[in-house]
Design a protein around this ligand. Structure first.
Ligand code: 5AD
Ligand code: SF4
Length: 463
């Protein structure tokens, strides 16, 4: 074990919610590492505890307050042992609730919004003498102020990495807090993203997921001041030595540009998986949600994407019980699910978020109806997920090995379609890309064996 200098302080970071928060958590760890903090997996014994929060649904917010209650007790207990623990709330709850957090939980020392965390060192110094809140949504580029991760930190995080390329959203879906908590759309400049990805690749990252709340709206500044879209950015990322797999998430149907669809046909490193939330299958509800597309427009878009990449695996988010959703609206959603046959999907009960237009709508759907609809929807989603996974059995696919498996002698990785696979192998290591014959589909993982030399990869799955 490495010995750490006596001066090293410990920080525990817990991220809730989306992948952007996971990324932000890592970047905060990078900043704090420059301040002499090393990460620790548990809150016990930490000098600094940072909750990186999610505001998307009410349940997510309640989780934060429950967690803060436990951390207050820990802070009191550690103080009795002579250790001063600081509690920081970052992320979208910090942005939305601001000083209210410290009113509800006085043990919190610092509240820092998602656009202000590059100022963490100064804010922590300020918080040493008084409780501090910074939830400005400044125009200045926080990414330009963040230290890069060290090669050691990159290696510890593994061969797959998220890279935020875009933040914020201008779509204003009627249910969603994101335009208020993360602010207006912002795209990082191409050069800055490329420097980050080249650095990741140099330390062993092979698989990058470009992330943003509305990532396919990406329009960053390229060389010579030209504006680059996501497809062009991904072509450039594909040229980085070592980067074998590229994905992007989350996308809005209205921003699936022609060149982005074509990239699914032309760019071998772009994996055949697309998370493209539709939210609902009824045009009346889609209009009330301000989604800016109809169910048929979504269906036609899927047809075009499948024409470009026939084996693509699709996934979506769904909300049940949006205000005014009737039985027949809900049936439209089930029909869309059955028609598209998503490889996986997330589904949620509608949760009214203060400050969003939908929160003021009448006709809120009663909880019992919402629960019943969610169950029915999840049953259909699960049916299609299992069908997609079972269709893999007998096929040969490339698996990128990412970690040790569940049992000794096993390694675990992902198919191009983002399915988890476990294989028995003595001769491989993490980071290898191997051809695997899928032998069995479990409920959450596929199981396979290394393909022999005459077992050729299966190019296209039956859609
Ligand atoms: N209630 C329920 N689900 C929501 N989502 C966003 N806002 C809400 C809300 N108020 C879901 C959407 C989105 C995903 C990230 O969370 O489906 O795509
Ligand atoms: Fe929220 Fe996504 Fe709609 Fe933007 S596109 S408002 S992030 S649901």
């Amino acid at each position: 074990m490495e010995t750490r200098p006596a001066t090293m302080k410990k920080v525990h970071i817990k991220s809730f919610g989306c992948q952007m928060n996971v990324y932000d958590g890592q970047r905060m760890a990078d900043i704090l590492s420059e301040q002499g903090y090393e990460e620790t997996a548990t809150p016990e014994g930490a000098d600094l505890i940072l909750l990186n929060t999610c505001h998307i649904r009410d349940r997510a917010v309640q989780k934060v307050y429950t967690e803060l209650g436990k951390l207050r007790d820990l802070k009191v207990a550690q103080k009795a042992n002579g250790q001063h623990t600081k509690i920081v709330v970052a992320g979208c709850v910090a942005q939305a609730e601001g000083a209210e957090i410290q009113r509800r939980q006085p043990a919190v020392d610092l509240v820092v919004g998602p656009q202000a965390y590059h100022r963490l060192p100064a804010l922590l110094a300020e918080a040493a003498s008084r409780r501090t809140v910074d939830t400005d949504l400044p125009i200045d580029d926080k990414f330009g102020h963040l230290p890069p991760p060290t090669p050691k930190a990159i290696r510890q995080r593994g061969i797959s990495a998220f890279v935020t390329v875009q933040e914020g959203c201008d779509k204003f879906c009627a249910f969603c807090v994101v335009p208020y908590t993360r602010g207006a759309e912002f795209s990082r400049p191409v050069a800055q993203i490329m420097t980050e990805i080249e650095r990741l690749a140099a330390s062993g990252v092979q698989d990058v997921t470009l992330i943003g709340q509305n990532v396919n709206a990406y329009h960053g500044e390229g060389p010579g001041g030209a504006v680059w879209g996501l497809a062009r950015l991904m072509q450039r990322v594909a040229e980085v030595p070592g980067i074998g797999r590229i994905r992007y998430t989350t996308s809005h149907p209205r921003d699936m540009a022609d060149d982005l669809i074509a990239a699914h046909r032309d760019l071998p490193q772009l994996m055949p998986f697309l998370h493209l939330p539709v939210q609902a299958g009824s045009d009346r509800i889609l209009a009330a949600m301000n989604r800016k597309h109809t169910a048929d427009e979504y269906r036609r878009l899927i047809e075009r994407i499948r024409a470009a990449r026939p084996d693509i695996a699709l996934s979506s988010d769904f909300i049940v019980g949006f205000p005014g959703e009737s039985d027949s609206d809900f049936e439209d959603t089930l029909r869309l699910v059955d028609e598209v046959g998503f490889a996986s999907s997330y589904s949620f009960k509608y949760s009214p978020r203060p400050g969003t237009p939908a929160a003021d709508l009448g006709e809120q759907v009663v909880p019992a109806v919402m629960s019943e609809r969610l169950l029915r929807l999840q049953e259909r989603i699960e049916h299609h997920r299992q069908a997609f996974n079972h269709a893999m059995v007998g096929r040969t696919v490339e698996v990128l090995l990412e970690r040790v498996g569940r049992h000794p002698g096993q390694l675990a990785g992902k198919t191009p379609y983002l399915q988890a696979v476990q294989i028995e192998t003595e001769s491989n290591q993490i980071g290898d890309r191997v051809q695997v014959v899928i032998e069995r589909a479990g409920s959450n993982s596929l199981f396979g064996r290394k393909a022999g030399p005459d077992e050729v990869p299966s190019k296209e799955l039956a859609a």
